[in-house]
Design a protein around this ligand. Structure first.
Ligand code: ADP
Length: 310
């Protein structure tokens, strides 16, 4: 499969690097309004290929995306001093008007994979701009928050993160919901598994992990200005599920018609992802306080999305 990446800053290039190492796809094309940057990132990533895979890595203009099966959108502008969140959103919506329009012109059959933040709102904007069916517009959403949750639980329990089944739902951001009540280790309920491995889940641990997941981006940004490796690997994971038609369950952002009282809110729940994009939603059973928190997250996202004109 040929994959495009539009926006080759930290996030777009980290996704490209992860894709080049993983080697699941055949071709990768990098596009950025800063063509010198796209060229440099493509060349740098291409130099990793001989060590890892046989992916063809190029840069180009939008026409070079012709034939892409999926395009990652990681383009965006950053907040100016004094700018409000909604003003920033409006400027990013303007970037997406151009980017989504160009992608749709060149490769109308491509699945759109949105990474730009705030990702749930930008995914909603992309759906509205593209007119694509909901299964073909996917946001990276909480795929990274879910990875952080599993990693922290796994470290506490002394088991591999991939044997921990736990999801973060809702917004990729402050109102996200860690679905503790449905967490499993292997097939065993988290609290019973934790007791069996001698690492009980206390209220203090839950608090620490909840904060660790929710605050992870802030902490990393304090140290290095932005985050990119985790999300780059997460984007590569979603692309692999599409390219190999895996039908894997991943927590990604998408239009969710009947989550709650709110119709058609764009947020993350676990979903089955394959060659056609989102095949099904797999809503876990939630404790009442988790359902309430998810409803609050959905309400906030729906109101924010409604405030953005496309
Ligand atoms: P992040 O850390 O989210 O990756 P960056 O600022 O590093 O953020 O990257 C954003 C990229 O998006 C930049 O390389 C920028 O040139 C690109 N970009 C911004 N607007 C457009 C646009 N209209 N078309 C294509 N690329 C764009």
């Amino acid at each position: 499969m040929k994959i495009g990446i539009v926006g080759t800053g930290m996030v777009g290039s980290a996704a490209g690097f992860a894709l080049a190492l993983e080697g699941v796809i055949e071709r990768l094309v990098l596009v950025d309004q800063n063509t010198a940057l796209a060229r440099a990132q493509a060349e740098d990533i291409a130099h990793a290929v001989p060590f890892a895979s046989s992916v063809m890595v190029d840069h180009g203009d939008y026409d070079a995306l012709s034939g892409a099966g999926a395009v990652i959108i990681a383009a965006g502008v950053s907040q100016k001093p004094g700018e409000t969140r909604m003003q920033l959103l409006d400027r990013n919506a303007a970037v997406f008007r151009e980017v989504v329009g160009e992608i749709r012109r060149v490769c109308p059959d491509a699945i759109l994979l949105v990474a730009s933040n705030p990702v749930d709102i930008m995914t909603d904007v992309t759906l509205r701009l593209s007119g694509l069916p909901r299964e073909r517009v996917i946001g990276s959403g909480t795929i990274l928050d879910t990875a952080r949750f599993r990693w922290l639980l796994a470290r506490h329990l002394g088991v591999a993160p991939r044997s921990v089944h736990a999801y973060v739902l809702g917004e990729h951001g402050d109102t996200e919901v860690l679905a503790w009540s449905s967490a499993r280790v292997g097939t065993v309920d988290l609290s019973r598994a934790a007791a069996q491995v001698g690492a009980p889940v206390t209220a203090e641990l839950r608090e620490r992990i909840d904060t660790g997941v929710r605050r992870a981006a802030y902490t990393i940004i304090e140290g290095k200005g932005a985050t990119w490796y985790g999300i780059g690997a997460g984007l590569s994971r979603i692309v692999a599920a599409i390219a190999r038609d895996e039908q894997s369950v991943l927590s990604v952002s998408g239009r969710t018609p009947n989550l709650s009282a709110i119709a058609d809110v764009t947020l993350s729940v676990p979903r089955v992802v394959g060659a056609n994009g989102i095949v099904a939603d797999l809503m876990p059973d939630l404790a009442p306080e988790e359902s309430e928190a998810l409803e609050a997250s959905a309400t906030m996202l729906a109101a924010t999305a409604a405030g953005v004109t496309v």
